[in-house]
Ligand binder design. Structure first.
Ligand SMILES: Nc1ncnc2c1ncn2[C@@H]1O[C@H](COP(=O)(O)OP(=O)(O)OP(=O)(O)O)[C@@H](O)[C@H]1O
Length: 312
């Protein structure tokens, strides 16, 4: 059984749809990335899942609604806001209160402080914490009940590169233990390294849901780059076999719709000399930008001309 099963989640603010009929599953033993442009409805969806927002639809955690779970912290750990704690209560006391309110012992408090690397500041007040330390404390709170399911909204927000890497490895290890991890992030390169599955939304509605490899494979940016002195012949051959051919500025051909092996064989069989034959694999960022084009809540007009890689 899927640990998290969301069905028909919907929510409008003052008549404006924020989340539109979202249904998806999050499987145990995997990290599922939740992606969408700013304002796409990720935070609203996570609040709906936990019953913190009123809306339509339902979310089941091992068959039960969050509000029907006996000792919910032992089932589902959530990190939704950057600093959901009292500014002047020490980190350890904040967690102790949370633990006591949920029938958990204080030994677990020290365990989770160690897990997130906050032992040295356990007696410090979160008022002086950086955004990244606040995120670690929020994560410690989510882990208190040793839950099998984690729902994390932008947990890497404010972390430095070391912290981001630590978070990635940490979440992957939690998933490897069999937990379900549902995590939103704007850091696409991190998501590419961390997630097994994706749920991608735009303007509140589902764009794609499934294995990350499938999502990236569907991108038009996957192509075979070919350089040959016999451009016309190869282009014609590729088109005859169903490929779409574009000419790059460098003179190379960019061919989509045909596998690199097929193109290599075609060239060989037709005695076409090749100087380059490269499979160009799309990045998650390319696939994401392609699939969410036009789904941004805030679209800039009249961007200044910038060429990538042109700085410095
Ligand atoms: N309390 C609220 N009142 C009115 N509108 C809201 C409220 N919360 C969110 N919205 C609107 O609902 C939509 C979805 O917002 P939400 O914060 O869920 O998106 P998000 O994907 O989490 O965005 P981001 O990536 O910027 O965090 C947006 O249009 C937002 O302006």
């Amino acid at each position: 059984m899927a640990t998290i099963s969301a069905r028909g989640l919907s929510k409008s603010y003052a008549g404006k749809p924020a989340v539109v009929d979202l249904s998806f599953d999050v499987e145990p033993g995997s990290v599922t990335g939740f992606l969408g442009p700013n304002g796409a409805g990720k935070s609203t969806t996570m609040r709906l899942m936990l019953g913190l927002d009123r809306g339509a639809g339902s979310t089941r955690f091992d068959g039960k609604a969050f509000t029907d779970l006996d000792q919910p912290m032992r089932h589902v750990g959530a990190l939704l806001e950057a600093k959901p704690f009292h500014p002047t209560r020490t980190a350890r006391n904040h967690l102790r209160m949370l633990a006591a309110a949920n029938g958990l012992g204080s030994k677990r408090v020290d365990e989770v402080l160690a897990m997130v690397g906050l032992v040295e500041v356990a007696r410090a007040k979160p008022k002086g914490f950086s955004l990244g330390m606040g995120q670690r404390l929020g994560l410690a709170g989510a882990l208190l009940g040793d839950p099998h399911t984690l729902i994390l909204d932008e947990p890497a927000n404010g972390l430095d590169p070391q912290g981001i890497q630590w978070m990635r490895l940490f979440l992957k290890s939690l998933a490897a233990e069999g937990r379900s991890v549902f995590v939103s992030s704007h850091l696409l390169s991190e998501m590419a390294l961390m997630a097994d599955h994706l749920v991608v939304i735009g303007k509140g509605a589902m764009i794609a849901s499934g294995p990350i490899a499938e999502f990236v494979r569907s991108s038009q940016q996957n192509a075979v780059i070919v350089r040959t002195p016999d451009v016309e012949a190869l282009a014609r051959l590729a088109q005859e076999h169903g490929g779409a051919v574009a000419r790059e500025d460098s003179g190379a051909l960019s061919i989509t719709g045909l596998a690199v092996e097929t193109l290599g064989d075609l060239a060989f069989e037709n005695r076409i000399r090749l100087h380059e034959l490269t499979a160009k694999v799309a990045t998650l960022e390319e696939a994401f930008l392609e699939r969410t084009a036009g789904a941004e809540e805030f679209q800039a007009q009249g961007l200044p001309p910038v060429t990538e890689g042109g700085a410095g």
